[in-house]
Ligand binder design. Structure first.
Ligand code: MN3
Length: 243
């Protein structure tokens, strides 16, 4: 029976004080109990009601997005790691941060579906009902220092979200030099895969907005600012600057 430390050691990974690499404070639904039995990945429940983000994100989109799309990533991820017990014991963020250690036969499946699971687990938490609208305290200061002002940040983040061709994400992330940056990723790739900590992320796959906004991604991106959980983003920032 291997515990997580042994599993990580076996994979050549290093556990840092009980935390796995740049492991975020996201709820991924995965049990941290390493009982020796397989702990498959599971879809975490939404941290609010399906209609909590109305009128900006509609309940039907949330049902489909969470219950169908996110669930499919988890189902496919579990299928990909079914024959690789050592992988299925790792938190999903650890898994996607070390894709080079994943057997080539399942690497693409883990990248896409592990990425999808990590990104969506993050995305549910980066939104909330009654958003404060703007960051506060240290994250607000860091954003002002990097982008000039909050509106300077918004302008660049919106531009990034609009620039994603096809399916992907736009992110505010923190690198290992504690520098904030705005980036985009295709498919279900993410800052984690490049060793950075996501602070904020918007899913710009059409499934995230098409029911309500059809082809008008700009309106969806504008609505996203109304539901950002700046408390969660700040918690991510605080985690990132400790790395
Ligand atoms: Mn999605």
């Amino acid at each position: 029976m291997l515990d997580r430390r042994e599993v990580m050691k076996a994979m050549g990974l290093t556990a840092i004080a009980g935390v796995c690499g740049v492991y975020p404070a996201i709820a991924t639904g995965q049990s941290t109990q390493m009982s020796g039995s397989i702990t498959p990945y599971t879809v975490p429940p939404l941290p609010y009601e399906y209609d909590a983000l109305e009128p900006y994100i509609d309940a039907q989109t949330m049902h489909l997005h969470h219950d169908k799309h996110h669930a499919a990533y988890v189902k496919n991820l579990n299928a990909a790691v079914a024959d690789h017990l050592e992988l299925s014991r790792l938190p999903v963020v650890d898994l996607i941060q070390h894709l080079d250690r994943v057997p080539e036969s399942v690497r693409t499946a883990v990248r896409n579906n592990g990425g999808g699971h990590a990104n969506h687990s993050f995305f549910w938490q980066v939104m909330q009902k009654n958003s404060p609208g703007q960051p506060k305290a240290e994250l607000a200061k860091a954003i002002d220092a990097r982008f000039g002002s909050f509106s300077g940040f918004q302008e660049q983040f919106t531009k990034a979200a609009m620039s994603v061709f096809g399916s992907g994400w736009a992110w505010l992330s923190l690198d290992d030099k504690h520098q904030l940056s705005i980036e985009t990723s295709p498919n279900q790739d993410s800052p984690w895969m490049a060793g950075r900590t996501p602070i904020l992320g918007i899913d710009v796959w059409e499934h995230a907005y098409y029911l309500k906004y059809q082809n008008v991604r700009a309106d969806y991106v504008a609505a996203f600012y109304k539901v950002i959980s700046w408390d969660f983003a700040t918690a991510q920032y605080q985690l990132g600057i400790k790395q």
